[in-house]
Design a binder for this molecule. Sequence first.
Ligand SMILES: [Zn+2]
Length: 296
Amino acid sequence: MNNHLLHAALAAAERGWPVFPLRPGDKRPAGHAEANCPGTGRCAGGHLVPEQRATTDPDLIRAAWSMRPYNVGIATGPAGLLVVDLDTVKAKDVKGTPDGATSLEALCERAGQAVPATYRVRTAGGGEHLYFAAQDGVRLRSTASRLAPKVDTRGWGGYVVAPGSTLPSGSYDVLDDAPVAELPAWLLEALTPPEKPVRPVRLAMPTRASRYADVVLERETAAVASAKEGGREAELFRAARAVGRLVAWGDLDRHVVEEAFQAAGESAGLRPAECRSTLRSALDWSIRTARPRETA
Ligand SMILES: [Zn+2]
């Protein structure tokens, strides 16, 4: 048992996912709470929360798991993961409440997207964890029922119980050992808090602004066209969002921007349909959230 959990911890760490011990047979973190912090040892410089003390160091992991049969927590934020947590229906739920898997299917259908294939874990309670690689530089925090009922996400400030861990009610097991997929752009959009309240504005367009807009469009489409496999969709999403505010300001026509990015995305190797849907959601987002142009 001890050995099995040690292996689970080491396996997660090998993937680059920092781990920390959870209480044996439990999903709560081991160790003291902040209120009882002794201020010594690892907390000598101030209390460390699990996310801060999670590690991928095999020696530290061996030392910790040689003491007790801890379950394994994965600190999703530092692991670069965004895990979608599909919960089951509980006795206390309102009758007719859909479970997380059903909610996610409905969400995907509304977005016109397939349920993404990725590394999946079945939870002890019969739910599922879908693992995604979060994009660099995007700090997504955990959410509860923000995407849909019974669909939570674990990012910064959260953690998941790793496969191999066991609770009295069951165990966490790998359901699909597929590679961890990148977080789809449309899910990223749904999880990205708007920067400011929506205030659509359209100001008069000086020639100087439109020349600037052309330069930006050229630069951003070039970046998409030269994006490397694995990061192409993310790059398209980022670039289209960057240019989107120029559409909101009336400096560029939306169809011009769409055509330019569609061509750039396809030349980078993205499928046309994939390109179109990423573009649409990126531009919609920008236009919805664009702030007024800053005046000098
Ligand atoms: Zn402490």
